[in-house]
Design a protein around this ligand. Structure first.
Ligand SMILES: Nc1ncnc2c1ncn2[C@@H]1O[C@H](COP(=O)(O)OP(=O)(O)OP(=O)(O)O)[C@@H](O)[C@H]1O
Length: 401
């Protein structure tokens, strides 16, 4: 017998009663019986669905009759009836139940797949079906999405990250993020990805690391756990919550060099992905992108790639963040956009340039102080910001005053 004190079972019960007494809901929502945590609820829901398909209505008496020979089921049907007049938001209930279903499935997968590698688990998680959709609208829009549609608030990116809030990054712009080797370009862009991916569809091309390494770093940032802490059994719940948030709360697609290694393939993918929807594109990093055409030196190759990026930003519905290596230097001098010269014309052609400078330059420090320098910005915002790079967690934060 379901437990009325269990919040999930309570919500499941009231959802079934909503469908029982407003059977036209079957026209609006497609739900599978598997979504319910209690098998008997799934059986009752399936019976109601079959009745609706047959008679175009659900008759409570007929449902009772169909379980006449099973006292346990009859009791459960009666307990559902008790819930009929509670006041609630059906869409929120469905979303909640669906999320709980996916969480359960994910935990089962993680539990069953001990010993499998990370990427395999991620791809199995991707395959968990979404057993719910709104058949009228295709999906449920968030309040924010509806607001954006109505107000057409689309001219520049909206960040939640406090250190990015002042920058106006307009749509159809090319933005460069530069730093010296190993100074955190990838980490910084993953912080942006986790933030922007909540609102916008993001395509993340990484030419250096396989996808599982990138997923691991995203989980570190989201869960605030180090690489080693992630492996500890006591953190299993935190890790699976993070995986869940990343898989379900973010609209991101990752590509590694197996799927896209040259600019021509990258361009084709962006063209397909932006056909119906705006996308933010991260290229990590342009020094490693190949070209089908052969060039005699790196500078010419990067100039060619930059021209392709200008073509993409002008003709496709997107914002581009291109990561670029700064000139190697023995000193840790404060970088300027001139240090991007080795990356060809990217600095000239970018609308905004962000440079990361490790002020502390202490290789042993786990929390380094950084300066975020913007030598070039289209909206003439030339603000230096001090950041803290918490390397163990791969997190960038604004440095408190
Ligand atoms: N999973 C991780 N956990 C903790 N530290 C990491 C992790 N991955 C990389 N690092 C460290 O974080 C720092 C920043 O690395 P990151 O890859 O972001 O720099 P980058 O500028 O993108 O490097 P590159 O020039 O090689 O592309 C480096 O010191 C690196 O060794």
């Amino acid at each position: 017998m379901p437990n009325v004190n269990n919040p999930l079972q309570n919500i499941e019960s009231r959802l079934i009663s909503s469908f029982m007494f407003n059977s036209e809901l079957f026209d609006i929502y497609y739900l599978d019986k598997d979504i319910f945590s209690i098998e008997e609820y799934g059986i009752i829901f399936e019976e109601m669905k079959n009745q609706y398909i047959k008679y175009h209505e659900v008759d409570y008496q007929k449902i009772l009759q169909s379980f006449m020979n099973d006292n346990k089921m009859l009791d459960i049907v009666c307990s559902i009836n008790d819930n009929a007049f509670s006041d609630h938001n059906i869409e929120n209930d469905i979303k909640f139940i669906n999320n709980e279903f996916r969480k359960r499935k994910m935990k089962e997968l993680i539990y069953d797949s001990k010993g499998n590698d990370f990427e395999e688990i991620i791809s199995m998680i991707e395959d968990i079906p979404n057993y719910y959709h709104n058949t009228r609208t295709g999906e449920i829009l968030t309040e924010e999405e509806i607001f954006n549609l109505v107000t057409n608030e689309k001219s520049h990116l909206i960040f939640d990250l406090s250190f990015m809030k002042d920058f106006e990054i307009s749509f159809n712009t090319l933005n460069t993020i530069g730093a010296r080797t190993g100074k955190g370009k990838t980490a910084f862009s993953l912080n942006l990805l986790l933030d922007l991916g909540k609102k916008y569809r993001c395509l993340y091309f990484n030419l250096e690391n396989p996808k599982d390494v990138i997923y691991q770093r995203l989980i570190q940032i989201d869960s605030r756990l180090t690489k080693n802490q992630i492996k500890e059994q006591k953190n299993e719940n935190k890790v699976s919550d993070s995986i869940y948030r990343i898989r379900n709360g973010l609209k991101i697609k990752l590509y590694d060099s197996r799927e896209a290694s040259n600019i021509e393939t990258i361009k084709r993918i962006i063209s397909e992905e932006t056909r119906n929807d705006f996308c933010i594109v991260f290229l990590d990093n342009i020094n490693n992108i190949d070209t089908l055409r052969r060039f005699t030196n790196l500078r010419e190759k990067i100039n060619h790639i930059t021209k392709q990026l200008l073509n993409i930003k002008a003709s496709m519905n997107c914002v581009i963040f291109a990561l670029a290596q700064l000139r190697r230097s023995d000193t840790n001098s404060r970088p300027t956009e001139k240090d991007l010269k080795e990356s060809g014309s990217i600095e000239e052609d970018s609308d905004n340039v962000f440079l990361l400078h490790d002020i502390s330059d202490d290789k042993t420090s786990i929390n380094a102080t950084y300066e975020l320098i913007t030598p070039k910005s289209r909206n003439d915002i030339n603000r230096q910001k001090e950041l803290i790079f918490r390397k163990g967690y791969q997190i960038f934060e604004e440095r408190p005053e």
